[in-house]
Each structure stands twice: as C-alpha cells, then as structure tokens.
Design a protein around this ligand. Structure first.
Ligand code: CTP
Ligand code: MG
Length: 377
C-alpha cells in the first residue's frame, strides 16, 4: 500500500504579516514547513511526500527541508485548490502512483502522529477521512448583522487537515473542477465530484497558524547553579536568602556571602543562556563589596525580563552542618519570591547536613545547588 502526503505551502501568509510566507516563520528555532513535513515523514506508513511551493520560494523551501530526504516538489498555484491539483498531477505521473493521499496544510505544524494514524485508518475503511472538530460554541446563521436562524450545534463541525482520500478518486474529482471553481479545502472537491466525505475526530492543538500571534509559542528552559562559601569571618551571623541567621562565624565573601541567593541567580542566568554572576557582578569591583545579594537578584530578574523571560519556579538544596536553618526557610522563600516577583509556592528550599563528611561535614563551609525553570514570553 502506497500512501503519499501532499503539503500545500504556496500561499503568501498575508494575514500573518510576517513580511514573508508564514511557512518560513519559526517556532522554537524550526521553520513551520520543516515541522509539518517532518511530522509526516516520521510516520511509518507515509512513503512519499510532495510539497507545493511558489517557484520563487523553491530554494528557500529546499534549504528549510535540507535534513529531510526524498521530498518531492510541485509548483504552487494561484489558489490552494490549484496548488493541490498540481501536486496530485505530479503524483499521478510517478511510476507507481499512490493508493491513498493525505493532504495537509503546511501551516498546521502541530499535527500529531495519532491524527495521522486516525486519518489513515479512516481513509482505508471509507475512502475518505477528514479531520473534524465538533463545534463547541453556539453557532447561528447571520444576515446583515442579525441572527437569521439558529442551527443545531450537534450537527456542526469545523474542518481541519489532514484530509485523506483514495488517490484515484480524488484525482478524478480534481480533474472535473471548472476553470473558475475554487474550494477552501479538498473535502469540498471530493464531496462535489466523488462521494460523501467521512469525518474523524481531530485535535484542538492541530490549529492552523494564521495570524502573527499564532506564532507566539511558550518555551520553557531550565538552568542549574551552585555556590560554596567558607566560614571564617568574625561575624556573628550568616545571610541566606536575605535572612540574617545567628552563627559562630560568618561566611567569607566579597558580597554579603548569601550563598543561597548566588546559586539561585546562577541557575536563572544559566537557564537564559546568560553569563554567570561572576561576570555580571565581579568580586573585583568595589561597588559589590558587602553587596546585598537580594538586590542583585532583583537585577538578575530585570535582565531576564529584558530577554523576554519570566520565572516559573526555583528550587534549592542547602548543604550545611550548622547553623540550624529550618526555622528560617519560610522567610528565605518569601524574600526570594519577592525578588523574582513570583509566589512563595514557586520557591522550594531544602536544607540538610552532610552527615559529618567532607568540608561541609566539618563545618568549614556551605554549598548550595539550585535549579530554575524560566519561560519565554
Ligand atoms: N496555500 C497554497 N497555495 C495557495 C494558497 C495557500 O499552497 N495559493 C497553502 C498555504 O501555504 C497554507 C494552506 O494552503 O499552508 C492554507 O492556506 P492559508 O492558511 O490561507 O495560507 P495563506 O493563503 O498563505 O495565508 P493568507 O490567506 O493569510 O494569505
Ligand atoms: Mg489563504
């Protein structure tokens, strides 16, 4: 059984206003076109794939699809209907044309393997398979800005792609289309010139990228940071997470020695791919002598915001033989949460001894390891 995928990509993406065809827009560093095409190539039952592209964008499309082996190209047309038709004719000219064809908009990169599975299963059973979503809002027919009549919602569906068809039947249907005729999708052609169209249930995530805001994708990044400070000053306290904690001696540092704040800041900077705190706040710079580390954390937060990031959560593990930290944890959480403008539930802090082992166990210093999760946008 030969199943081919047709990916119409020859629009202009005028509504997205990206200044280029939206299929060359990127999501997390990959073009929309690459994402869509690779989803179909990944499916074990799809054995050939053809993309309809504007002739002037052929090179750019080939470059975007360079990692994908064996992709065929057809010339795009003035309308989507023509772009698909050109691809179908190119498939018909192959030495062994496909038995089934799955047509899918290049502009729907979130198609899942399950949707492709369901499309193939349905088309093999019924000869057609159109991805559909039941209508969840109340729908009406309107005329001149007024409701003309209500419609039964249970019978309403919105159609997406992929749309699968028996290849010979769809080809024959396309060959019957008149010169002036235009269809918004392939089910319209099949329904008019071939046979009733079978629906299968799609997935809301499989949305079509149409407007600029559709490209705004949430991206999450994690980071790790660690810091160690040695005991050894005359002070009677240490500072952890901005909390002054009584101690037999203080931590040696250029700043206030807030080893917890330092590890958290490094985790945040690392998540954003930025240089560490030593770069931003060098300990050779006199302005950071005795610096309040929570004030520096507010500056790290501002740097993240400038980079388009917000903080999701931070988590830190303190290894210290002394002093006793448990009574101070809640206040540390609140201080860090305030500096990062998140709620205290999003700051996790655990503290433990090192069971007497090593420099921590001998009470010579404190080490903190922290992780951070940040979100782009
Ligand atoms: N398409 C095509 N040939 C055309 C027009 C559209 O191959 N002449 C493709 C688009 O590239 C897209 C799919 O059909 O993958 C769905 O079309 P649509 O979302 O309307 O994309 P555009 O026409 O590019 O966008 P717009 O209508 O905003 O200009
Ligand atoms: Mg269009």
């Amino acid at each position: 059984m030969h199943i081919a995928a047709v990916i119409p990509a020859a629009g202009t993406g005028s509504r997205a206003g990206l200044g280029k065809n939206k299929i060359f827009g990127t999501l997390g560093g990959e073009t929309v076109l690459f994402r869509t095409v690779s989803a179909f190539l990944r499916h074990p039952l799809v054995s050939s794939l053809i993309v309809s592209v504007n002739p002037c964008e052929r090179e750019e499309a080939e470059a975007a699809l360079a990692p994908c082996a064996g992709v065929l190209f057809a010339e795009g047309g003035k309308t989507r209907t023509r772009s698909v038709q050109n691809a179908l004719e190119a498939l018909a000219a192959l030495p062994s044309p496909p038995d089934y064809v799955l047509i899918h908009d290049a502009a729907r990169p979130f198609v899942t393997q399950k949707i492709i599975d369901d499309c193939i299963r349905t088309v093999r059973m019924f000869g057609s398979a159109v991805c559909a979503l039941p209508c969840t809002d109340t729908a009406v027919l309107a005329e001149g800005g007024f409701i003309a009549k209500g419609v039964e919602r249970d019978k309403l569906f919105t159609l997406q792609t992929p749309q699968g068809f028996s290849f010979p039947e769809l080809l024959a249907a396309y060959r019957k289309i008149g010169d002036e005729e235009n269809f918004t999708d392939d089910s319209g052609v099949f329904a008019k010139y071939a046979a009733p169209v079978r629906l299968f249930t799609g997935d809301r995530r499989n949305r079509k990228l149409t407007f600029a805001e559709d490209f705004a994708m949430e991206e999450y990044l994690t980071g790790i940071g660690t810091d160690t400070h040695a005991f050894g000053t005359e002070k009677d306290h240490i500072v952890l997470g901005g909390v002054k904690i009584p101690s037999k001696s203080g931590l040696v540092a250029h700043s206030d020695g807030d080893v917890l704040a330092h590890a958290v800041m490094d985790a945040l900077l690392s998540a954003a791919g930025l240089y560490d705190i030593g770069h931003h706040f060098p300990d050779t710079d006199p302005q950071y002598k005795g610096a309040n580390s929570l004030a520096l954390m507010r500056r790290v937060h501002a740097l993240l915001q400038e980079g388009g990031f917000s903080v999701v959560n931070v988590s830190a593990a303190i290894a210290a033989e002394r002093p006793k930290l448990a009574p101070h944890i809640e206040k540390m959480k609140q201080n860090i949460a305030d500096a990062l403008q998140i709620s205290a539930q999003r700051v996790g802090i655990s503290a433990g001894t090192n069971e007497g082992l090593g420099y921590i166990g001998r009470g010579e210093g404190i080490t903190v390891t922290a992780t951070a999760l940040i979100k782009r946008l």
